[in-house]
Design a binder for this molecule. Structure first.
Ligand code: NDP
Ligand code: HSE
Length: 445
């Protein structure tokens, strides 16, 4: 036993998550002590405004605006302020003063994780961050510990609850993108800056963390290919449903090999077509899910609440207890492994199937021309469906009312993203193509 006295916890932030963490630490003090083997004492809570009204009544004597002093002398610093600064400086100060750290700050870890983990490794401190990805869902520890002996091949994850809520409303209730976003905003699902959710920034930060853990490689958020959901229309969602798919914003981390045979990691966030019989298709509302494909374990699905004060506090409390137990057991905890140090490959190296919707001229030779454009770039057609535009007569036949155009939906075999992008550019430039309605990747097939 290296440590038997009580452990002093300094909490930075008492907002949505921090207030719940404080409440649970205080209310469950004795139970947590029994589980951890040592009393875990909340010694102070740093906030911006000690007079602010909070969702939880917290003892006034614990509140302070002096985070620097609070950090000194703490055994565990729990950072739940969010943002880059001063969170980063406080975490580095905590590590420097010999404390272990718990944080839910995905933005900070995705951008400065390598620096923080290196500082912790130097002094044998722990940085735990179960809440940073998919909040209440245990996924960091399973990837870091439980699957440490396996070979993860791919992760497909729904890690942004608000965009999942928006796409789900469009799919199940027929809302337009604008209406679904308005409801999500009214319900408080979207971040203060909705762009962080809608344009995929939040999911990209989480994808970087998942990819780094799964492939033992440092993956900065800037290296994650990112596309949001703002271009998705109700027509895309309905067309996907007719073809047996649902559109989800996926965070993908995948071990791939590029055209030159270089093995690396693909980390990307984009809307994707998911078959309706895939487990991720049944992730409704604001829920999150992480689908892991590992060589030995096979497919695993982790599902649950990806946000919320008390739900996220569960993950934070788990980290605090884990750290407390190590204080009792002694020794160095589980550090971050970047042993594989794989290259993070560009989106062009990724390979998947695609569904391309085009408005085309409905005249002889068009299909052959478009098939030729795809073939020339190494993209092979798997399925083809043409619907004549314009009015439909009583016998179900289309008229020429639309001036002889048709909508063509092309499903491809697996192709490289770079080849597909080149093919789409050439299709757009073709005189036979009036417009490219959408290009969506098919994932999880
Ligand atoms: P909130 O904005 O609700 O709370 C932030 C807290 O930090 C407030 O109490 C605020 O003080 C305090 N704070 C901010 N800046 C400072 C500062 N400079 N000095 C001292 N205190 C400061 O954030 P959340 O609780 O929602 O999120 C916290 C972290 O958890 C973030 O990193 C977030 O990404 C992560 N997270 C959140 C989830 C959620 O569902 N909310 C889910 C998963 C992770 P004051 O109250 O006085 O303003
Ligand atoms: N904005 C995030 C989401 C909150 O919608 O999932 C949890 O990180």
């Amino acid at each position: 036993m290296s440590e038997t006295r009580s452990l002093r916890v300094a909490l930075l932030g008492a907002g949505t998550v921090g207030a719940q963490v404080a409440r649970l630490l205080l209310e469950h003090h004795d139970e947590l002590a029994a589980r951890a083997g040592v009393p875990i004492d909340l010694v102070g809570i740093a906030v911006r405004d000690v007079t602010a009204t909070r969702s939880v009544n917290l003892p006034a004597e614990l509140l302070t605006t002096d985070a620097e002093t609070l950090i000194q002398g703490a055994d565990i610093v729990v950072e739940l302020m969010g943002g880059i600064e001063p969170a980063k400086s406080y975490i580095l100060a905590a590590i420097g003063s010999g404390a272990d750290v718990v944080t839910g700050n995905k933005a900070l870890l995705a951008e400065h994780g390598a620096e923080i983990f290196a500082a912790a490794a130097q002094v044998g401190a722990e940085v735990y961050y179960e809440a940073a990805v998919a909040a209440a869902i245990p996924i960091i520890r399973p990837l870091r510990d439980s699957l440490a002996g396996d070979h993860v091949e791919r992760i497909l994850a729904i890690v942004n609850g608000s965009t999942n809520y928006i796409l789900d409303r469009m799919d199940r209730f027929g809302d337009s993108m604008e209406d679904a976003q308005r409801v999500a905003l009214e319900l408080g699902y979207l971040e203060a800056d909705p762009t962080l959710d809608v344009e995929g920034f939040d999911a990209a930060q989480k994808a970087a963390i998942l990819a780094g853990l799964a492939f033992h490689t440092s993956v900065p958020a800037a290296a994650v290919h990112r596309e949001g959901i703002s271009a998705i229309t109700l027509a895309d969602v309905e067309s996907a449903r007719e073809a047996g798919f649902v559109i989800k914003l996926l965070a993908i981390a995948e071990r791939i090999t590029d055209e030159d045979g270089l093995e690396g990691v693909s980390a990307r966030v984009h809307p994707a077509l998911v078959r309706r019989d895939h487990p991720l298709a049944t992730v409704y509302g604001g829920n999150n899910a992480v689908f892991v494909e590992a060589e030995a374990a096979g497919p695993l699905m982790f599902y649950g609440a990806g946000a919320g004060g008390v739900q996220t506090a569960s993950a934070v409390l788990g980290d605090i207890v884990s750290i407390a137990r190590r204080h009792i057991a002694g020794g160095v905890g589980v550090g971050e492994s970047v042993a594989a140090d794989l290259a993070v490959l560009p989106i062009g190296a990724a390979q998947t199937r695609y569904r391309i919707s085009l408005d085309v001229e409905d005249r002889p030779g068009v299909l052959a021309e478009l098939a030729g454009i795809l073939a020339d770039r190494g993209v092979s057609v798997e399925t083809l469906r043409q619907t004549a535009n314009g009015a439909v007569t009583a016998d179900g036949l289309a008229t020429e009312a639309d001036g002889g155009t048709a909508t063509l939906v092309i499903g491809t075999h697996t192709a490289r993203d770079a080849a597909l992008a080149a093919a789409v550019e050439a299709l757009s430039a073709s005189g036979a193509v009036a417009s490219v309605r959408s290009v969506l990747r098919i994932e999880g097939a």
